[in-house]
Design a protein around this ligand. Structure first.
Ligand code: SF4
Ligand code: SF4
Ligand code: SF4
Length: 404
């Protein structure tokens, strides 16, 4: 009697040049497997029985039995007496790509560069010789003249019409004119934006401001540039003020301060349930970036269903996200301000598929070195960093297979 093997609906097998990778989008785990076992999985997924799948993949029946046992004990698949039809989990089914009438271009998350005045003195402010990976989160403003209210309102009108649910306001000290910030936040909430995030670059001393934030359920992105050890205590003592709010710390520093920043991160995570993002300021030329930086950043994280689904066709950073500057210009993200899509005076042209497609569809599968790699849906990537360090989008500088 024929026997069959099938991966569970949350597990995908992806082929590469000489390896296969198995993705479990529910647990987030990924497994690299050899060619024979990969082929065996692929054939089994197409409902070929175990014996034939062995013959066609080169896997011995005895090896297949052990492999299937391992897969079953890792809850990745199961054996059965008959072929099982199973739809894979996916938030963007493949057929949407083939539709003649494309869905309209909604926006999930927008960021506005507010360019408020600022009295901080970050070493990297306005310094073109350094860069960082998460410019989408950090303040990298150089201008000190803020966005006009009417421009901010127009941007909010545009994104809310496109069903945007999340708005991030950053660049400069948003507390320096709290009345203006609140006007813009309230306008966004009234227009149906569900989540507003504010980048806050120094401790909030005024409890009425914290109360304003609580009432509106504002999320805080607390950017702290760490230069000295003594800042650890300062950060710990301010942290308790924000309890009950949705808080993400973005800790910025130079690599020399790695130990201090790790200490801060550890202290915060022991005491609070705040999210943490660590980002390093590095030279803006690839040849000047240290191996230590890449040892830290070249990692494979866990993969979830949303990321896996989007990464099959799109760039997860750019797909349905965009950045507006204070003049109303639109960009793929805050890290690519030299790559303008258009502006708020020409929205139909700006939001045409042909215009957005270059960035929205900039998936790793399009890169020469990645298209035959089975890790292409798992890898970290920052196109802003790629462009800054190499002058092009041809390669992924965070590739885990790169040896320098
Ligand atoms: S917080 Fe932003 S605007 Fe202020 S000094 Fe730092 S980088 Fe410049
Ligand atoms: S970045 Fe490296 S590991 Fe990732 S898909 Fe490309 S070649 Fe493969
Ligand atoms: S490419 Fe992605 S990670 Fe890099 S700055 Fe832009 S949005 Fe952030």
């Amino acid at each position: 009697m024929k026997k069959y093997f099938k991966l569970f609906e949350e597990c995908y097998i992806v082929s590469g040049k000489d390896k296969y990778t198995l993705y479990n989008v529910l647990t987030g785990n990924i497994y690299e497997i050899d060619e024979k076992r990969g082929k065996f999985c692929l054939l089994s997924e197409n409902n070929m029985d175990i014996e034939n799948a062995c013959n066609n993949s080169g896997l011995l029946l005895s090896e297949a039995k052990i492999f299937i046992k391992e897969m079953e004990s890792a809850t990745l698949g199961m054996m059965s007496d008959f072929p099982i039809a199973m739809d894979k989990l996916n938030i963007l089914p493949k057929w949407t790509e083939k539709m003649f009438f494309k869905q309209s271009h909604g926006i999930n998350k927008a960021t506005i560069g507010m360019d408020y005045d600022c009295s901080n003195s970050c070493n990297f402010c306005g310094n073109d010789a350094v860069t960082n990976r998460y410019k989408c989160w950090s303040c990298n403003s150089t201008s000190r003249s803020p966005i006009a209210d009417d421009v901010a309102f127009r941007i909010i009108d545009i994104i809310s019409e496109r069903d945007c649910k999340e708005l991030y306001l950053k660049e400069g000290d948003l507390l320096s004119d709290w009345g203006k910030t609140l006007r813009i936040v309230d306008y966004a909430l009234n227009r149906g934006i569900e989540k507003v995030l504010l980048n806050i670059i120094h401790p909030i001393d005024d409890m009425t401001i914290i109360n304003d934030m609580r009432v509106r359920n504002i999320s805080l992105v607390l950017q702290r540039y760490i230069e000295k050890k003594k800042q650890i205590e300062l950060i710990m003592s301010e942290s308790r003020k924000y309890e009950g709010l949705d808080v993400t710390y973005i800790l910025l520093t130079e690599l020399d301060n790695k130990e201090t920043i790790m200490q801060v991160a550890q202290n915060i995570s022991q005491m609070y349930s705040y999210k943490l993002l660590i980002d390093f300021m590095i030279p803006n030329k690839l040849e000047n970036v240290s191996k230590e930086y890449f040892d830290i950043e070249r990692t494979i994280g866990k993969i979830d269903l949303v990321s896996y689904s989007i990464r099959q066709f799109h760039n997860e950073c750019f797909y349905k996200n965009c950045y507006f500057d204070k003049e109303g210009n639109v960009y793929p993200c805050a890290g690519l301000k030299n790559r303008k899509y258009g502006d708020i005076d020409s929205m139909p042209e700006t939001f045409r598929s042909e215009n957005l497609g270059n960035y929205w569809n900039m998936s790793l599968s399009k890169k020469q070195e990645c298209k035959e790699c089975s890790m292409r849906f798992a890898c970290n990537n920052c196109e802003s960093l790629n462009y800054t360090l190499t002058g092009s989008h041809d390669r992924n500088v965070l590739c885990v297979k790169t040896i320098i």
